[in-house]
Design a protein around this ligand. Structure first.
Ligand SMILES: *[C@@H]1O[C@H](CO)[C@@H](O)[C@H](O)[C@H]1NC(C)=O
Ligand SMILES: *[C@@H]1O[C@H](CO)[C@@H](O)[C@H](O)[C@H]1NC(C)=O
Ligand SMILES: *[C@@H]1O[C@H](CO)[C@@H](O)[C@H](O)[C@H]1NC(C)=O
Ligand SMILES: *[C@@H]1O[C@H](CO)[C@@H](O)[C@H](O)[C@H]1NC(C)=O
Ligand SMILES: *[C@@H]1O[C@H](CO)[C@@H](O)[C@H](O)[C@H]1NC(C)=O
Ligand SMILES: *[C@@H]1O[C@H](CO)[C@@H](O)[C@H](O)[C@H]1NC(C)=O
Length: 364
């Protein structure tokens, strides 16, 4: 399993950046067929308090509620059937194609300029296409560019990077594959926007790499950051300018691409998961509770789930809300399962991504 990722070894240094304290970690993994030299130079940085910022804004929560009721009407219109009768719903892949202009930006340190091969880029794009094929959301790869910049490769000066690399309008998907991804630098050129970006960002950590906050110390365990992405911003409209959404897009650790070095997280599933956030989806375990009445991810057909999934448990063995209907959707792209587990989106997730597209991004 992915336990190799757990073998963190403390610690080279603890430094202070701006007002936040960051811990540097390195990886002690002797798994020699997985480019250990990459891991040995791979430091993780976490700003205390900046992680775990996966919370959707109140406006996005409202959008989920509103769109959910719209979808319900679409489903019941015509025959007045209950929406729970799945056979009366149109197959999603028969719905009109949504075509998303897409740019891949590969950003490497000079040491790792050859890490991301053209084959990895092609395979990542194919996997993205296939994962969304049944939702009738399709991607057109408009361009791939490569940058070598040690600062940008760790997502330092993120706004400068995006000002240079970002293409297309708000409806365009920009994915930055970075060899040394860290959370955005809060001391960057525009810290207000950087903080807004963090607030809207949704992070994906494998369960065991979630940030563990120690009440007594800021230099507690640090995550392996696989990726994060901006959720749709309901405030963006057709007269918004590039400056209003410059931070929009997905930041992905390059080693998660197909053929990358992170065992069990190297089939490209991280990009699929993060793009799900770009389309507005929340985690299947959103709110992390079995509380009755909690709306979780606002998706009716994902069972309520109180814990993220770690690795890839055997089918039928994980049920974090045993008193509520349904097992945990461990094969769902919006859980934290390893790539081996990832299979699909549900019908309602597909419909929500489509209605989010119409409401949030199409024509903007
Ligand atoms: C290194 O590999 C050996 C043999 O596979 C294993 O027993 C050991 O636990 C590994 N050590 C680390 C730190 O991964
Ligand atoms: C579901 O819809 C199909 C087709 O409209 C119908 O044949 C079937 O009886 C319905 N099932 C239930 C449980 O309502
Ligand atoms: C690398 O990033 C820095 C920081 O944003 C920037 O000043 C510099 O121009 C970049 N270099 C290149 C070659 O783009
Ligand atoms: C459109 O968005 C911009 C910022 O993106 C905002 O300043 C403006 O008020 C919005 N206009 C409307 C009509 O909502
Ligand atoms: C898409 O749907 C087909 C037919 O229902 C199914 O065989 C396939 O596994 C689905 N693929 C994904 C990625 O969900
Ligand atoms: C997704 O895949 C899993 C595992 O193959 C399967 O049990 C589940 O029914 C699928 N769900 C959908 C919505 O296709």
């Amino acid at each position: 399993m992915h336990r190799a990722l757990l073998r963190h070894t403390l610690i080279l240094a603890v430094v202070s950046i701006a007002s936040s304290v960051s811990a540097f970690w390195t990886e002690n993994d002797n798994n020699t067929n997985n480019q250990p030299q990459q891991w040995s130079s791979y430091f993780q940085q976490r700003q205390a308090g900046a992680c775990g910022t996966g919370e959707p804004s109140p406006a996005l929560r409202d959008a989920h509620k509103r769109l959910s009721s719209t979808e319900y009407r679409q489903v019941v219109v015509g025959d007045g059937d209950s929406s729970s009768n799945a056979s009366s719903r149109p197959p999603v892949d028969s719905l009109p194609r949504i075509q998303v202009d897409t740019w891949f930006h590969v950003v490497s340190t000079s040491d790792q300029a050859d890490l991301v091969t053209n084959a990895m880029i092609a395979d990542q794009f194919v996997y993205l296409q296939q994962a969304y094929a049944n939702t009738s959301i399709h991607y057109t790869l408009r361009g791939v560019d490569r940058s070598i910049n040690d600062t940008w490769a760790r997502n330092g000066d993120a706004l400068a990077m995006k000002r240079t690399l970002r293409r297309g309008s708000y409806s365009a998907l920009n994915i930055y594959f970075q060899t040394n991804l860290e959370m955005s630098d809060p001391s960057g050129v525009n810290s207000r926007n950087a903080m807004n970006h963090n607030r809207n960002a949704v992070t994906k950590f494998p369960r065991d790499q979630e940030p563990h906050y120690s009440s007594s110390s800021a230099s507690s365990s640090a995550p392996n950051l696989l990726g994060f992405c901006t959720l749709p911003n309901p405030q963006i409209n057709s007269s918004s300018t590039l400056d209003d959404y410059i931070s929009d897009g997905c930041n992905i650790l390059a080693a998660t691409m197909p053929g990358g070095s992170i065992t069990h997280y190297n089939r490209g599933g991280t990009a699929v998961h993060e793009v799900g956030h770009w389309h507005g989806l929340l985690h299947t375990f959103q709110d992390e509770t079995c509380a009755p009445g909690d709306e979780g991810d606002y998706i009716p057909d994902t069972p309520q789930q109180s814990t993220p999934t770690d690795g890839c448990p055997a089918p039928g063995t994980k049920d974090s809300c045993p008193d509520l209907p349904g097992l945990d959707a461990i094969s769902n792209f919006m859980d934290y399962s390893s790539d081996d587990c990832y299979q699909n989106f549900t019908y309602d997730q597909a419909m929500r991504m489509r209605s989010m597209w119409s409401a949030m991004r199409e024509g903007k």
